[in-house]
Write a protein that binds this ligand. Structure first.
Ligand code: NAP
Length: 227
């Protein structure tokens, strides 16, 4: 099986690379600096340089993947910032978050999804419980809330344009990474092994996926009760 991971220099993305390699799969993964690329190569992955906020960088993705059949692709790249609705976000803070979490995914999707369709594979987007409008309890991470809700919509709306690829939205849980902090209860190993099992369990031979087929799931496969 060939697996592609966007945003794999550390955290959940790096752990996805490790676990798929350990399982004997071929892994192509991206990082945006030399240290990250070297780490991926040393692990045995094929490394591609990619900054999802750089249009020139991301526009080369499709030809870099030319001829591939991607059984599973992941869009993992993401940023978080502590803010709330007591003060207005700056344009710079808003743009920076939305570029990584939303525009980057929207620019990657049309370049990656055709190669996922070649394998009738799965395209997983790492979202968050912060995206769930029906479950929100505070404005902490206000722009992040907005970015992940927008990501969910971008992915659901795009599904019918790629009917031979199955899109999934997965919240990894609160995970002990740079983003999740050391207070998080879940280890990356635990989250990622559950995500891999959830993705494998959702694999189907069906095609013709529609918007309503895109699931919004927790790492362990349990669906959110509302968007
Ligand atoms: N950890 C949690 O508790 C949690 C909870 C819910 C959702 N999530 C989501 O899960 C995903 C992974 O989170 P994580 O905890 O692994 O975060 P992390 O440890 O902070 O890692 C973030 C990853 O995204 C990459 N990235 C950031 N900006 C990028 C850009 N412009 N271009 C390319 N790559 C970029 C980083 O690369 P660099 O090393 O180059 O910065 C890094 O590999 C994110 O989408 C996040 O929103 C995480």
């Amino acid at each position: 099986m060939t697996v592609f991971v966007i945003g794999a220099s550390r955290g959940i993305g790096l752990e996805l690379v490790q676990q798929y390699l350990d399982a004997g799969d071929r892994v192509i993964a991206t990082a945006r600096d030399e240290a990250g690329l070297t780490r991926l190569r040393d692990m045995g992955a094929q490394a591609l340089k990619l900054d999802v906020t750089n249009p020139a960088s991301i526009s080369g993705l499709s030809w870099q993947l030319d001829g591939e059949k991607l059984d599973v692709a992941y869009y993992v790249a993401g940023v978080f910032s502590e803010d709330d609705a007591k003060s207005p976000p700056t344009v710079q803070a808003f743009d920076s978050m939305m570029h990584t979490n939303v525009l980057g995914a929207m620019q990657a999707l049309p370049q990656v999804a055709p190669w996922v369709e070649e394998a009738q594979g799965q395209f997983v987007f790492l979202t968050s419980d912060f995206a769930q409008i029906g479950g929100v309890e505070s404005s902490r991470g206000w722009v992040y809330h907005v970015s992940k809700a927008a990501l969910n919509m971008a992915v659901v709306a795009a599904q019918p344009d790629y009917p031979n690829a199955q899109f999934l939205l997965i919240h990894p849980g609160w995970v002990r990474t740079d983003m999740g902090t050391s207070a998080a209860p879940l280890l990356p190993e635990e989250s990622v092994s559950a995500i891999r099992a959830t993705v494998a369990a959702r694999k189907t031979n069906a095609t013709g996926f529609a918007c309503s087929d895109v699931p919004y799931l927790r790492w362990d496969g349990t669906p959110f009760s509302s968007w």
